[in-house]
Design a protein around this ligand. Structure first.
Ligand code: AMP
Ligand code: MG
Length: 299
């Protein structure tokens, strides 16, 4: 399948309503993957990821050389959906000098003393660079919406905290993203869409395999109890913030390698679509280079 087609397949068209149940978490059931066994599927996906990472590496070089655009790639998901592994694999195709990762945890006292977008803006990538967000400002309309007590810690002016409040947060996020896009940031937003059954399987693995024990936290199980609230919060947020300048991609995440294949295809394709060329060297600069070459050759 062409990368443009993959991007189209998983993109939430702006203005349409995102419903979780309309989107598979297990794409290995779909054509053209259906006939492959588990091992074949993994191997094929692995090769495909590798090829995309080579394209991504070339695209990143042009991004860096042009120093005009930046790329923000953000990942949101339920626990154990594979964000960390995804970032590790996408990063492995990038030059570390042109790339940065920020992970967002529970906000600090200092962060809570600022507007809700502040702490994320400080980590936005500069021109020529790729910034990866492991969680993002979307937590402000996801975990904070599911747990209203978190909102109480944000020291906001008094007012209703009903639907209108969240609508305003979506508007603020859309406005921020539009500002970034107009200023040269390509924004790619991924929701790693995991089934509740697959999460259970992965949690059980963390509890039974000693080498995976460190990955388990009791908080993960507590959040699982809010599965349906999260689903609703994701549906509302993605519906309201999939925009022409910053669309969402909903990636089936029950098979880690299928998810990585899809993300690697979309990221490499969308950066290439900026149509960057190696920067033109002005004639005066070419003359300087030629003079330097002659001088060095005469030594
Ligand atoms: P992890 O990514 O597993 O290290 O967990 C980070 C934790 O920080 C998760 O439980 C998130 O829900 C939480 N978190 C991230 N951003 C926020 C936020 N803005 N407000 C409250 N909790 C957050
Ligand atoms: Mg965690």
């Amino acid at each position: 399948m062409k990368r443009a087609k993959i991007a189209h397949l998983f993109r939430i068209e702006p203005g349409t309503r995102f419903r979780s149940k309309d989107h598979p978490t297990d794409y290995s059931d779909a054509q053209p993957l259906r006939h492959l066994s588990g091992a074949e599927l993994k191997e094929r996906a692995r090769d495909y990821v590798q090829r995309n990472l080579e394209k991504l590496s070339r695209a990143q070089e042009l991004l860096y050389a042009n120093d005009v655009y930046s790329v923000l790639i953000l990942f949101q998901a339920m626990d154990a959906a594979g964000k960390d592994g995804m970032i590790k694999h996408v990063m492995s195709g990038l030059n570390p000098q042109g790339c940065q990762v920020a992970s967002f945890k529970v906000p600090s006292a200092e962060e809570l003393d600022h507007n809700f977008l502040w702490r994320y803006q400080r980590h936005l990538p500069e021109r020529g660079r790729i910034g990866i967000f492991n969680r993002s400002y979307y937590e402000e309309v996801l975990v904070v919406r599911v747990h209203p007590e978190l909102l109480e810690r944000q020291k906001l002016p008094p007012g209703s905290r009903g639907k209108g409040f969240w609508k305003e947060r979506y508007e603020d996020i859309n406005a921020l993203e539009r500002h970034l896009a107009r200023n040269g940031t390509l924004i790619l937003k991924f929701f790693l869409h995991l089934s509740k059954e697959e999460q259970k399987k992965r949690f059980l693995e963390r509890l039974t395999k000693p080498e995976k024990h460190w990955k388990f936290s009791a908080a993960d199980l507590a959040e699982r109890a809010y599965w349906d609230d999260y689903r609703k919060a994701y549906e509302a947020a993605i519906t309201a913030t999939s925009t022409p300048w910053a669309p969402w991609y909903v990636i089936p995440a029950d098979h880690k390698w299928v998810a990585r294949a899809a993300v690697s295809a979309i990221v490499s394709h969308e950066i290439e679509a900026l149509g960057l060329k190696p920067p033109q060297i002005p004639p005066a600069r070419l003359k300087e280079l030629e003079a330097a070459r002659r001088k060095l050759a005469r030594e």
